[in-house]
Ligand binder design. Structure first.
Ligand SMILES: NC(=O)c1ccc[n+]([C@@H]2O[C@H](COP(=O)([O-])OP(=O)(O)OC[C@H]3O[C@@H](n4cnc5c(N)ncnc54)[C@H](O)[C@@H]3O)[C@@H](O)[C@H]2O)c1
Length: 264
């Protein structure tokens, strides 16, 4: 496979997806940027090219399984029949008390954050299988450590992402495909702009999109030890690493800790 490596990123027009696209561009990748925000994609294409990557951008609504299959196929063709990295990044977050968030908004979170990941993984599989050393990356979140009040449905979608990642890591190891999850706590992007919950107040919003992009690139190509222990979950930042450690506590203690941090 002589062509440049290829990365497909959903939700690439803004935030973490965009920072990741630009980071891969600087490494000379063919960068597939997909989003419902086509204006954002046009400027992304220019920025990818300016950083030395080869841009391929197009509209994609991750909830549409047919469009997903078509876009992934077109991208692999354009990239010279390869798909080295598939990043299921598109996501939305609705914060507030469960009963105050419109049902449609919560169902949309499930469609995009959970079903969108299934669509992406399903469409990408044949191309990942035929590309040696390929990796599927799913955006989980620190909210998949313990169910988060004021983010109940969002948090539940990230437990879904956690589960499918663990399962496919085991299933797809026979094909040499790594499946990993990235776990940031709050990141300063449009997603968290007007979010005020007990945990945003107590923990703050400390990570940048670039912090997460750097963590993704490092996790896709990890040092030998992490490769040998077959690390699946990659917490981002000191706060998330501390939260991940709290998962070792007994559940009653985790509950008390989360009650305290969320101010419930
Ligand atoms: N921001 C955080 O605090 C945080 C923390 C942990 C995990 N994450 C996860 O990281 C991922 C990216 O979040 P972000 O902070 O960059 O968000 P963002 O809102 O900045 O960007 C999300 C992008 O996804 C796109 N998108 C939304 N619906 C889509 C759809 N149906 N199809 C295709 N694209 C769609 C948006 O247009 C936008 O460009 C999400 O999965 C999110 O859950 C974010």
């Amino acid at each position: 496979m002589p062509t440049a490596k290829a990365v497909f990123i959903t939700g690439a027009a803004a935030g973490i997806g965009r920072a990741t696209a630009l980071t891969y561009a600087a490494k000379g990748y063919t960068v597939g940027g997909y989003d419902i925000d086509e204006t954002g994609l046009q400027s992304l294409a220019d920025d990818v090219a300016a950083r030395g990557g080869t841009p391929v951008v197009s509209h994609l609504d991750v909830t549409d399984s047919r469009e997903m299959a078509q876009r992934v196929g077109e991208f692999a063709d354009a990239a010279g029949n390869r798909l080295d990295v598939m990043i299921n990044n598109a996501g939305i977050l609705r914060a507030g008390r469960f009963e105050d968030i419109a049902l449609e908004a919560q169902l949309a979170e499930i469609d995009i954050n959970a079903k969108g990941v299934v669509n992406g993984l399903h469409a990408a599989f044949p191309y990942l299988r035929s590309t040696p050393g390929s990796v599927a990356v799913n955006l989980a979140s620190a909210s998949a450590i313990y169910g988060q009040p004021e983010l109940a449905t969002y948090s539940a979608t990230k437990f879904f992402v956690r589960g499918i990642t663990e399962a496919l890591d085991l299933e797809w190891s026979r094909y040499g495909i790594r499946v990993i999850a990235i776990w940031p706590l709050y990141v300063n992007t449009a997603m968290t702009e007007n979010v005020h919950t007990g945990t945003t107040e107590s923990l703050g919003i400390r990570l940048t999109a670039q912090d997460v992009a750097d963590a993704i690139v490092a996790a896709v190509d990890p040092p030998l030890l992490r490769r040998v222990i077959h690390q699946v979950h990659f917490p981002v930042g000191a706060q998330t690493k501390a939260s991940a450690l709290s998962a070792r506590l007994p559940l009653w203690l985790q509950r008390l800790l989360n009650k305290h941090v969320s101010g419930m």
